[in-house]
Ligand binder design. Structure first.
Ligand code: HEC
Length: 185
């Protein structure tokens, strides 16, 4: 009788944890790791390409490698891992309704003075765990390709690859966009 009671209690605790806030906190931690992995791989490719052939070469790398790395991390985790923004360069990075609301919320918090480097938001939505982390614009190297004035060669290459580019005119410290993760539960 006593044993059965213990088991029943354990079962209740397990089911509570599977749906409760503790589990969401754990998934947020795992999401932060995935973002680090994605960002680290991207940064490595970008820096390598810059050194090898300057910013025009790096645009081609970003164009090909950014989606490739996103797919690689997604496949490895079995989640959807991507980048998005309210002002897009690549239209295939477009936010859905939930992501748009979170991006607007980040901008509001930034305007109120919150630390952009630590800004994140997560929630269970329609049976998936969804996580977003803001991406602040650094002066180097981001402004070289997302700033107000860019080198004419960079300009020409961007026009060629992204005729509808909206990801321009940023200043250091602006929120450029966010990493976004959708994880089935
Ligand atoms: C060499 C040029 C270059 C540099 C430097 C660069 N980017 Fe980009 N960025 C691009 C290109 C090209 C894309 C489109 C990639 C794609 O097709 O997914 C892009 C896309 C993005 C996106 C995805 C959303 C969108 O608009 O499509 C984010 C977010 C982003 N960049 C942030 C940054 C940040 C933050 C930095 C600085 C750490 C940075 N970028 C530096 C060229 C660059």
């Amino acid at each position: 009788m006593k044993l059965a009671y213990i088991f029943a209690t354990a079962a209740v605790l397990v089911s509570f944890n599977a749906n409760g806030a503790g589990n969401e906190e754990a998934m947020a931690g795992e999401s932060r790791m995935a973002v680090k992995e994605f960002f680290g791989a991207l940064k490595g490719e970008l820096e390598g390409a810059m050194k090898a052939g300057g910013p025009v070469n790096a645009i081609n790398t970003c164009n090909l490698k950014a989606p490739e790395i996103a797919h690689m991390v997604s496949a490895k985790k079995g989640w959807d891992v991507a980048r998005t923004s309210l002002k897009l360069r690549n239209p295939s990075n477009a936010p859905d309704a939930w992501e748009t609301r979170v991006l607007e919320y980040f901008d509001k918090r930034a305007a109120a003075g919150d630390d952009k480097a630590k800004m994140e938001f997560y929630q269970v939505v329609d049976g998936s765990f969804r996580y977003m982390k803001a991406i602040p614009t650094a002066e180097k190297p981001c402004l070289m390709c997302h700033g107000e004035k860019v080198d004419p060669k960079v300009e020409a290459s961007l026009k060629d690859l992204y005729p509808d580019d909206k990801a321009r005119g940023y200043k250091a410290g602006d929120i450029r966009g966010a990493f976004t993760i959708t994880r089935p539960m």
